[in-house]
Design a protein around this ligand. Structure first.
Ligand code: UD1
Length: 336
């Protein structure tokens, strides 16, 4: 009998891609989502892609009665916890909503897991937990810094809560996955990122500019201490993030304790390089102009990804061209 993984936030961008990879790897999957920031269409398309469906539960992770019932029905072996709000600007304006959903939601979830006797969790964290001054590339032993926004602070708090939980009892297995900048889409172009409202991250903005729905890209800063003066990030294909979760779940089934892994490619890419990659993939010019730096933006952020390679046996399969090609295909063909 194959192991069952319960995925919170299963209908979202990372959730749908990870579920594809989990199903392909032979896991049974139960998806939980309150559908507040993503509709059910993505999960329906997962079945179209894989030929096998996850079971789907419309529930909020803070609704403990609903969650108790889901755990009683599904009896999962492990949980991947994606469900969270993630819009940085919004988090600054609505801190309580972010703490409630992200932090209280995580506490409620692990309480339910404890009651159900399911004590393996893979948690969705961010490179944003590293300090702005951390030497690059950052490894898992680099110190956590003062978070620059409420969203990142909720992730730091959840990491600390889960670390304390694993210290409190050997029964718990916790894997904290710190993602760098997930981009791209499933190569089928059936699922991808569907940002609600006005996008703020670079890739969706580039896609809009290439498709003509936005006049131009505004590049935040031209005077960073980098080769072309624009900021460097570690963009990683969302399918590689999905495969990282398959590897992490596999490890959670055999190992105990608390472990942290960076999921990045280890390759720093500038704003102008990503723009060039999308121009090439789309065959469309992307006009741009330089504007002031965005407050609190770091110059350089990229991963030392050697621990995930050595311990999880995971390394990224997709490069920048693949990320741009798949993101563009998704933009063109099948937005849900
Ligand atoms: C942002 C979030 C971070 C989150 C990450 C992944 C902020 C301050 N941080 O980080 O918490 O984990 O996304 O979702 O929002 N850029 C432009 N013009 C644009 C948009 C972006 O030049 O219109 C530049 C940015 O200055 C940055 C790079 O593109 O240098 C990438 O930006 P973005 O996609 O927002 O990611 P991060 O800044 O890494």
């Amino acid at each position: 009998m194959s192991a069952k993984v319960l995925v919170t936030g299963g209908a979202g961008y990372l959730g749908t891609h990870a579920i594809c990879e989990l199903l392909q790897a032979g896991y049974d999957v139960a998806a939980v989502d309150n559908f507040s920031t993503a509709g059910p269409e993505g999960l329906a398309r997962v079945e179209q892609i894989v030929g096998r469906a996850p079971s789907i539960h419309a529930a909020d992770i803070r609704d403990v009665d609903a969650l108790d019932a889901v755990f009683a029905t599904e009896k999962p072996d492990a949980v991947i916890h994606f469900a969270a709000f993630k819009a940085v600007r919004e988090s600054q304006h609505e801190p309580l909503r972010y703490y409630d959903n992200n932090v209280i939601g995580t506490i409620r979830l692990v309480e339910v897991m404890e009651r159900a006797g399911c004590r393996r969790i893979v948690f969705s964290s961010t490179a944003g937990v590293y300090g702005a001054d951390a030497p690059m590339p950052v490894s898992e032993t680099s110190p956590m810094g003062e978070p620059t926004n409420v969203y990142a602070r909720t992730k730091v708090q959840c990491e600390e809560i889960l670390q304390d939980l694993s210290r409190s009892s050997d029964a718990w297995t916790v894997l904290l996955l710190r993602y760098f900048n997930p981009v791209g889409a499933h190569p089928s172009a059936l699922i991808g990122e569907d940002p609600l409202g006005e996008p703020r991250n670079l890739m969706p903005i580039l896609l809009q500019a290439a498709s003509g729905t936005r006049e131009r890209l505004e590049v935040f800063g031209d005077d960073f201490p980098t080769p072309d003066g624009t900021a460097l990030r570690d963009y990683i294909h969302v399918m590689d993030i999905g495969r990282g979760h398959v590897a992490a779940v596999g490890r959670s089934l055999t190992e105990g304790g608390c472990e942290i892994f960076n999921l990045g490619t280890g390759r720093p890419v500038s704003v102008l390089e990503l723009r060039a990659a999308v121009e090439k993939a789309s065959g469309k010019p992307i006009p741009f102009r330089f504007v002031a730096r965005r407050p609190a933006d770091v110059a350089v952020s990229y991963a030392d990804a050697s621990k995930a390679r050595d311990v999880l046996g995971w390394s990224p399969r997709f490069g920048l061209e693949d990320m741009a090609r798949d993101a563009w295909r998704w933009q063109q063909q099948s937005r849900v």
